[in-house]
Design a protein around this ligand. Structure first.
Ligand code: 5GP
Length: 128
């Protein structure tokens, strides 16, 4: 965002266009998919920040954590079960991190809800 401040016009524009993740769901652009079912999709991040860096996204178009409702509870439970399954497959028994950035100040750049699954190295805390 310009000057690091929230700009509602840019935010609204970003929300009205088909996001890069929706285009991946629709198979308009390629991704290294590691899991897919009716509710969600998981694929490798294009710019990995750890040896394992998978993005898990709902197929339902939810812009961010701020747009979640109580009705999405079962969907979130399902997503976390998929995250656990992938973490086991990737041998992350030593631990891993699940991150969801929300809004510009949270570092969110793609306005389709997603969960970063990071692992395969010791992760620092606090994050930047
Ligand atoms: P955010 O910054 O919104 O939390 O995370 C967006 C993530 O999406 C970033 O880690 C970025 O590397 C990843 N990303 C952006 N565009 C693409 C793409 O076209 N393909 C894949 N696989 N990942 C992408």
């Amino acid at each position: 965002m310009l000057g690091g401040h929230f700009n509602p016009l840019i935010f609204t524009k970003a929300m009205s266009e088909k996001t890069i993740f929706k285009r991946i769901i629709d198979k308009e652009i390629p991704a290294k998919i590691v899991f897919e079912d009716d509710l969600c999709l998981a694929f490798e991040d294009a710019h990995p920040q750890a040896p394992v860096h998978i993005l898990v996204i709902p197929k339902k178009e939810i812009a961010s954590t701020d747009q979640l409702t109580q009705e999405d509870g079962p969907l979130l439970g399902h997503i976390y079960s998929v995250i656990r399954k992938i973490a086991a497959e990737k041998n992350l028994g030593g631990g891993y991190r699940v991150v969801t950035n929300c809004g510009p100040d949270g570092g969110q750049t793609v306005f389709h809800l997603h969960f970063h699954l990071l692992g395969g190295r010791r992760l620092n805390w606090p994050p930047g």
